[in-house]
Design a protein around this ligand. Structure first.
Ligand code: CP
Length: 307
């Protein structure tokens, strides 16, 4: 298979295991490219890509921009905080004005779930979802899967625990879809108040005891408490959350086997993870970031249809 089954990348739910494996295999080639002395290839010359960020980002925004530049695309960047959105311009008007400048692909992060799907139905460009509210973050799940595969050789039958604020996490949802499609066993762990009501219907194990989750898994993906998305209090205090669900070195070293530690970032050091764990030899957090560029190059290249 050399082509994706989809025109857009709106979520992992919409794509199949062949699509995911094609992206991961293509990313392997691009990882080799970005480690060469000359890191650029002409694959997307004459393609114009707009990065539209309606919500803050460090990793995803810079990673997409770098991926686009490594592929020789022309790139324009839009940030809602400095745009005419502040004067009341709508999403569709904003994007159609940008597309009038002959843009081929749109990478969009937006605080509203479904924003990327909505856009794909109203504008004539290929859309990549760079995170839509608490819904999906497909390229994060793909780079996480790539990083696990790189470290463990295979994802099938591996045990992955996703730990923390599952309720507000687009990373959790996209990871669950992606890892299950690749044959992994997935567990979610956190306080019951931070679990979506529908979680069991996704076919994941649910655990509320951190030590048990860590003993079960090969990989622990630690998630941030998303205070900015919490309209009410879901636990008594951050201190109590950290005592029950924070990963520290003592706990990590007490486990019967060495597990891999992941985190999508940004990290709240000392809350969900201590610095000595985040910076330990078991952590692959910065490898995730490096792999993000290769994975996004693969997504852009395959969606552009230049195979
Ligand atoms: N992992 C992630 O999406 O980070 P940013 O919010 O910094 O893009």
């Amino acid at each position: 298979m050399t082509k994706l089954s989809t025109k857009h990348l709106l979520g992992i739910k919409d794509i199949n295991a062949d699509d995911i494996n094609l992206i991961l295999n293509t990313a392997e080639n691009f990882k080799e490219v970005i480690n060469r002395p000359i890191k650029k290839v002409p694959s997307l010359r004459d393609t114009t890509i707009a990065n539209l960020f309606f919500e803050n980002s460090t990793r995803t925004k810079l990673s997409f921009e770098l991926a686009e530049k490594r592929l020789s695309a022309d790139v324009i960047n839009f940030s809602s905080s400095t745009s005419s959105v502040k004067k009341g311009e709508t999403l569709i008007d904003t994007v159609n004005n940008i597309l009038a400048m002959k843009v081929d692909m749109v990478v969009m992060r937006h605080p509203n779930p479904g924003a990327a799907v909505f856009l794909s139905k109203h504008v004539d460009a290929k859309i990549i979802n760079a995170g839509d509210g608490a819904h999906e973050h497909p390229t994060q799940a793909l780079l996480d899967a790539y990083s696990i595969r790189e470290k463990l050789g295979n994802i099938k039958k591996k045990r992955i625990a996703i730990i923390g604020d599952i309720l507000h996490s687009r990373v959790a949802l996209s990871n669950i879809f992606c890892l299950q499609k690749l044959g992994a066993e997935v567990m979610v762990c956190g306080p019951s108040t931070l679990m979506p009501k529908y979680i069991s219907s996704l076919g994941v194990k649910v655990e509320h005891n951190l030590k048990k989750a860590l003993e079960w898994c090969d990989v622990a993906n630690m998630l941030r408490i998303q205070l900015e998305r919490q309209d009410i209090k879901y636990f008594p205090s951050l201190r109590e959350y950290t005592m029950l669900f924070g990963l520290n070195k003592e706990l990590l070293d007490s486990l019967s086997k060495k597990i891999i530690i992941m985190h999508p970032g940004p990290i709240n050091r000392g809350v969900e993870i201590t610095s000595d764990v985040a910076d330990s030899s078991q952590s692959i957090i910065l490898e995730q970031v490096e792999n993000g560029v290769a994975v996004r190059m693969a997504v852009l290249f395959l969606l552009a249809g230049r195979v």
